[in-house]
Design a binder for this molecule. Sequence first.
Ligand SMILES: Nc1nc2c(ncn2[C@@H]2O[C@H](COP(=O)(O)OP(=O)(O)OP(=O)(O)O)[C@@H](O)[C@H]2O)c(=O)[nH]1
Ligand SMILES: [K+]
Ligand SMILES: [Mg+2]
Length: 370
Amino acid sequence: MGLDEEIKSLEDEIRNTRYNKATSQHIGRLKAKLAKIKDDAVSRAMKSAGGGEGYSVKKSGDGTIVLVGFPSVGKSTLLNKLTGAESETAAYAFTTLTVVPGLMEYKGAKIQILDIPGLIAGAAMGKGRGKEVIAVVRTADLIVILGDVFNGVHVDVLMHELYDAGIRINKPKPDITIKRTGYGGIRLNTVGAVDMDIEEVRAILAESKVMNADVLIRGNNVTQDDVIDAMMGNRMYIPAFISINKVDLISEDERKEVEDGMREKYGVDPIMISAHSGYNLEKLQDAIYDYLGFIRIYMKPYGEEADMEEPMIMRRGSTIEDVCRRLHRDFVDQFRYAKIWGTSVKHDAAKVGLQHKVADGDIVTIVTKL
Ligand SMILES: Nc1nc2c(ncn2[C@@H]2O[C@H](COP(=O)(O)OP(=O)(O)OP(=O)(O)O)[C@@H](O)[C@H]2O)c(=O)[nH]1
Ligand SMILES: [K+]
Ligand SMILES: [Mg+2]
């Protein structure tokens, strides 16, 4: 049996087996087996890709986003518009054959945008430029899934390819640890309402030839798929949103139709744009900024005015310790306290420690020992 047939037959069997207590172990085993086969195929494809010319782009700026979409949806046109880059654009598919970077400055943040060749069905297994493209996508901090008003349905295919390539979209990494041991079989500990029994976990791990391990699962909605992902160990959890280009080519009514269809299908509002006319590009930039979780911190040297011109760009959830590390590696060791003016504290000029979480717009003074 060829690889494609083997995958198809496993997928069929999983689909046609009703999940219940009696079959859960069997399904777990089938899914784990399928994941393993796909993973081997993907890593073979990655290896043979060998970082082909033009595919190893150095990351720069405060975050990197990648434009993922079918050929000719307007990825290159959009990159050029947002960053002033000069990626080739044309009305035929596969105009772009390498990764083309651009830098967008927005609200004080420098955001790297990567334009890549179009992605097509089978990309995860290496079709088209799939393998090189996927390798780049896996390193991004945010994926913008770009469709156009005529190809909305392709979003399905893209999601499927990204999934096969081990990319998990808009999903926090499940809290699962698998610690291999030398003996003792599989031991399962759970924290929270985990609806999975040890036999299922055992069946999944056995597909990867893991017979001895301590497994700890925390959280309430952990599935077999999550355990398989944890077992494979190479999944990337990346935020993403959908944007639909070329709205200049359709009427107001048709635009609404596309939007409603997307909302119904994916439960999200796509950002409707026109790279040509510039329509809604600021909304797109705002979404990029928000999804990357950027906040602005203003530094105020001790006894001086705050620098309100050049914010320091941090991620939501960052602490004073993160701010210190960004400034100078000695700052953490030399740290005494920080003072903050802003919304993360109850009153201005409040003293805080290293673990304090900063908020957008905070003004920060770091006081060190010397
Ligand atoms: N009407 C209209 N045409 C657009 C828009 N954006 C891009 N196009 C056109 O769509 C065609 C494809 O644009 P590209 O930017 O080359 O698309 P791409 O996604 O980079 O294509 P590949 O590199 O081949 O995958 C070109 O003819 C563009 O001029 C838009 O907002 N409106
Ligand atoms: K094109
Ligand atoms: Mg292009």
